[in-house]
Each structure stands twice: as C-alpha cells, then as structure tokens.
Design a protein around this ligand. Structure first.
Ligand code: ADP
Length: 174
C-alpha cells in the first residue's frame, strides 16, 4: 500500500488523526503560533508531560499524548530559525520531518498531520520549506506499509496553493 499525501487548509488542532505535529521551540514549554493553539486545545496536562521531556534539539522530535485534542498523539519538533540559509536550515528542516515520521511510525500511527514548520515566526521562506516538506515525506514513507495518510495542514490559502502545486508535480525519479 502506498501512503497518500494530501494538502488541506485548516486548524491542525481540529483534526481527528492519530498524530499532529507541533512546530515547537526547544524548551517544549509552549509558545505562540501553532504551538500556542495546540497547548490551548490540549489542556494543561500536555504542558505537564512536556515539562518532563526536558526540551528538544533543533531538527529532533519528541512524542506525547494528545489529551483533550481529537488527535491521539502530539509530535513536538523544533524547526530551525531562518538565518539566511547558510546555517544548515534546509538540513535541519528535513530532519524535523524525518524524525517526526520515525516517531509516528514507531507509535503505530496511520494518519499524521504536519503544519508548515518554521515558516511562521521562525521565518523560513514558504516555497523552499514546502518543497523540503513534500520531498522529505515522499522519501521517508516510500517503503512504509503502515502509514496511510500524511496531511499537510496549511493555515493560509497561499500555503495551500503552494503545497497543491508541489504535490501535483511528478515525483522526481532521481
Ligand atoms: P515556527 O516558529 O516554527 O515558525 P509558527 O507557529 O510561528 O511556527 O508557524 C508555523 C506555521 O503554522 C505557520 O504557517 C502558521 O501560519 C501556522 N499555524 C498557526 N496556527 C496554526 C493552526 N492552528 N493550525 C495549523 N497551522 C497553524
């Protein structure tokens, strides 16, 4: 079975999937943007579990329960702050998608949704970020039989169009 990749527009906290990914900061103690929305919707137990994790490195990911969210799990990953592009931002962003999928697959996840990691306050330009997201996910799920669907949950109409355009391109054979 092949994993389906799909882009939608919406609020990631409303999705009934096995796991949603949080674009967290390295403290894992909450913040603004999608991180704040996830903590608000999940309730205070999420922060309690996050405290025990003692932070997360950039490019890495950690998994918790979803508490009051419709999603069963939250995978917290720390995207790179954009510093012009020559500080391994692309490699670190790809690592966020790879590590998140690895944790998701280990947890038996069949459906997972990603936000546009690093493209808000962290300033990663939207187009290269979307390309890295799609290409890394395509490469990571190529041999996985368990994962049914990966959703790119876009918050803006522009991001949705961008993802749809990239997903419509024929997959690189290289
Ligand atoms: P980062 O610090 O990694 O840049 P942000 O939360 O600032 O994280 O932004 C990441 C992306 O998440 C942005 O595209 C932003 O528009 C989007 N976003 C914000 N709130 C939500 C939400 N509730 N659901 C999905 N995406 C969201």
């Amino acid at each position: 079975m092949t994993t389906k990749l799909q882009a939608i527009r919406g609020d990631i906290t409303s999705l009934s999937v096995d796991a949603i990914v949080n674009a967290a900061n390295s403290s894992l103690l909450g913040g603004g943007g999608v991180d704040g929305a996830i903590h608000r919707a999940a309730g205070p137990e999420l922060l309690q579990e996050c405290r025990a994790l003692r932070g997360c490195d950039t490019g890495d990911a950690k998994i918790t329960k979803g508490y009051r969210l419709p999603a069963k799990h939250v995978i917290h990953t720390v995207g790179p702050v954009w510093q012009g592009g020559d500080h391994n931002e692309a490699g670190l962003l790809a690592s966020c998608y790879r590590q998140s999928l690895k944790l998701a697959i280990n947890a038996g996840t069949r459906t997972i949704a990603f936000p546009c990691i690093s493209t808000g306050v962290y300033g990663f330009p939207a187009t290269p970020a979307a390309r890295i997201a799609v290409e890394t996910v395509q490469a990571s799920v190529a041999s996985d039989a368990e994962l049914e669907k990966v959703i790119f949950c876009c918050f803006s109409e522009e991001d949705l169009k961008l993802y749809q355009q990239i997903l419509d391109e024929p997959e690189s054979l290289g």
